[in-house]
Every structure is written in C-alpha cells, then in structure tokens.
Design a protein around this ligand. Structure first.
Ligand code: FES
Length: 114
C-alpha cells in the first residue's frame, strides 16, 4: 500500500531555524526548517520523551531541551555517539505549494519487524 502524505502546516508556519510538532497517525512528529529545507523526525526524545521540536537547532542538529542529547534532524541519528545503534525515526517530507506534508506510516508494528 502506498504511504500517504498528510498536510501538517503551511511553509510560513515554521520559520527558518525552528521546529513545530504535529500529531500524525497517533504519533507526534517534529518538523524542522533548516535553511529552506524541511525534515521530520519523531518528536519524542528516545531518552525520556522530551519534545525535540522544543530543542535548540543548529547545523541540522537539534539539542534535546531536557538533557542535551543531540540528534540529526535529517536522519534521526544520535550525534553524541555515532557508533551507538540509537536512532529515532525520520519521515519523508515534501512541499506541495504552500503546504508542508509528511509521510507517516500507519502501521508501526510492520515497520518494527524489519
Ligand atoms: S529526554 Fe532528551 S536527552 Fe533526556
């Protein structure tokens, strides 16, 4: 089944250098705007669940507001320890005119089996 894109915001809703969190298919997704580029990762920090959309963003890296773990806003990788397997989910983003759309698969359990 083709995954579907959901419109979550207008391009102008997310200023450059900032992020916003949106609920899609039962999950909170953080959408980041870095230099004209929009990317999306799971909003919930894999450490203790802080909202990563509220973190400090620099050089395509977001620093968690609670304990300063750092994640790549493009790939969800944990920057503090690149050798660790720890990684948060990232999602496809596309811009359709004024709309920011993200693709969040509905069935998580299928994904987890991979
Ligand atoms: S909750 Fe994000 S670093 Fe602790």
């Amino acid at each position: 089944m083709m995954p579907e894109f959901t419109t979550v915001a207008k391009v102008s809703d997310i200023p450059d250098g900032e992020a916003r969190a949106f609920p899609v298919n039962g999950r909170m997704i953080a959408v980041f705007h870095t230099g004209g580029e929009f990317t999306a990762i799971n909003d919930s920090c894999p450490h203790m669940g802080a909202s990563l959309a509220g973190g400090f963003i620099e050089d395509r890296t977001v620093t968690c507001p609670w304990h300063a773990w750092r994640f790549c806003v493009q790939e969800g990788t944990w920057k503090d320890n690149p050798k660790a397997e720890l990684k948060t989910d990232c999602y496809e983003v596309r811009i359709d005119g004024e709309n920011v759309q993200i693709c969040v698969p509905e069935d998580v359990s299928v994904e987890a089996d991979e």
